[in-house]
Design a protein around this ligand. Structure first.
Ligand code: ATP
Length: 456
């Protein structure tokens, strides 16, 4: 993990927020390569969930909504995590996480038998006694307007899906969709997490990619299975290894009282094993019923064919963009024996970042081998031409081995070298990150060649 964090900083994927001021509580910034990677993840999600489907439409709703939304959703009352403190070392833990971790892997010296409740657990750091769990609300508050009092209190949204529920009727009336159909949204969410950490895994400001699929209650189970399959397929199609991700079903105790079913996609993290990456939930008719009740607007649906009237059930798919980015980085990080031909580093291990071509921040690097003006001009022309289609980098410094190495560790799928022969044969050499195979391609055919490789 430390190696990945250091690569991510050195190459401009992730920086600590406000670093020159010493950083700020679990907030992170995405640098030049990070913003490309996270944008590509969001683009791949949008393509699969909206662009390629007739039954899902998009939305971009406001971060700050009417405070009643959060009363209706139950967040004001119960969007809380149980918090325990160690009386001895003063460390703070989430009681549910601690119970889950210790139940799965009991430290039998500290705990004689697997714990039944948080009361049976001692501090994992120092063995000290823990306090009773206290609930801690995660909603971030703000004030709208000139006065700061109860009348101006508002919240930064704790999840993007509420914006979808309150727009259900607008979208139904304006998009000519009929049930079953879905609404998708990508956007920021905020939670005052009590135990943030593990790098960008749990942050206080993060981006969610959520889709709410509205169905006839009779068909909810069928659609639930369908969306479960789709979400896992999405991660696998983008290169997640079979052994790196898995399903986990929520136990009865974990299920929200309104939820009919909930499964998480988990990834094999280097910080304490399997961790939640995404979720698929059957939320029943809870959300639309509550918003009908609190707003006074009837959000039930009348089937235009059968005239049946019902409050739709919702099958939700919920993914975190930053968490997905972390998982793709961990899944793709590999250290290999020297491969680039970088003479200076031939005794060191090299990093290759295996990213699906659609996710790679830079798709092509153009590397001129000669400092001759004529060849550099040709190389610049090639770069400018390719940059019309893809994120492209021009790199003329250092040995060719060093330049290959630079691109391998950021996952650039193709490197194009402009060499001494180029002036005569009007061809360049294209190197493939995966096979390290090299092909000689005519400059005039380069774009079609790369389009075939990158977009097929
Ligand atoms: P956790 O149990 O890890 O707190 P959660 O069950 O509260 O997560 P959901 O409310 O289901 O998470 O949110 C859906 C998705 O949003 C998660 O699967 C995750 O990818 C992302 N997510 C939630 N909280 C955070 C956070 N604090 N930082 C980054 N991503 C998050």
């Amino acid at each position: 993990m430390d190696k990945l964090i250091s690569l991510a900083k050195r190459r401009g994927f992730v920086f600590q927020s406000s670093e020159i001021y010493g950083g700020f509580g679990s907030c992170y910034d995405y640098g030049p390569l990070g913003v490309e990677l996270i944008n590509n993840i969001k683009k791949a999600w949008w393509q699969a969930m909206v662009q390629k489907r007739d039954d899902v439409v998009g939305l971009d709703s406001a971060i700050i909504m009417h405070p009643k939304v959060w009363e209706a959703s139950g967040h004001v009352e119960s969007f809380a995590d149980p918090l325990v403190d160690c009386k001895k070392c003063k460390k703070r833990f989430r009681a549910d996480h601690l119970l889950e971790a210790v139940s799965m892997k009991p430290d039998l010296e500290a705990h004689k038998e697997p714990p039944k409740s948080i009361k049976d657990i001692v501090c994992p750091e120092c063995g000290g006694e823990l306090t009773e769990p206290r609930n801690f609300n995660l909603l971030m508050k703000t004030f709208i307007g000139a006065v700061e009092d109860a009348t101006s209190l508002a919240y930064l949204r704790g999840e993007t899906c509420q914006g979808i529920y309150v727009n259900f009727k607008n979208i139904l009336d304006s998009s000519r969709q009929k049930l079953p159909f879905g609404i998708a949204q990508i956007g920021k969410a905020f939670r005052n997490e009590i135990t943030p950490g593990n790098y960008i895994f749990r942050t206080r400001e993060f981006e969610q990619m959520e889709m709410q699929f509205f169905v006839n209650p009779k068909e909810a189970d069928k659609w639930y299975d369908y969306w479960k399959e789709q979400r896992m397929k999405w991660y696998k199609d983008l290169g997640m290894k079979d052994e790196f991700i898995r399903w986990r079903r929520h136990s009865k105790e974990e299920l929200a009282h309104y939820a009919k079913a909930a499964w998480d996609i988990e990834f094999d993290s280097p910080f304490g094993g399997w961790k939640e990456l995404a979720g698929v939930h059957n939320r029943s008719d809870w959300d639309l019923s509550r918003h009908s009740q609190y707003s006074g607007v009837d959000l039930s649906y009348i089937d235009p064919v059968t005239n049946e009237k019902y409050v739709p059930y919702i099958v939700e798919t919920s993914d975190g963009a930053g968490r997905a980015m972390l998982a793709f980085l961990l899944n793709g990080y590999e250290e290999v024996e020297t491969r680039s031909g970088d003479e200076e580093a031939k005794h060191e291990k090299e990093v290759v970042l295996h990213l699906h071509k659609s996710l790679a921040p830079i798709k092509v690097a153009v590397l001129p081998l000669s400092k001759k003006e004529e060849l550099q001009r040709v190389a610049h022309e090639i770069k400018d031409n390719l940059a019309e289609n893809w994120m492209t980098q021009y790199d003329e410094t250092g040995s060719i081995g060093k330049r290959y190495r630079r691109q391998d560790e950021i996952g650039t799928p193709y490197c194009v070298t402009v060499d001494f022969e180029t002036a005569n044969d009007k061809k360049v050499t294209v190197r493939d990150i995966l096979t390290m195979g090299q092909e000689r391609i005519a400059i005039g055919e380069l774009k079609d060649y790369l389009r075939e490789k990158l977009e097929k």
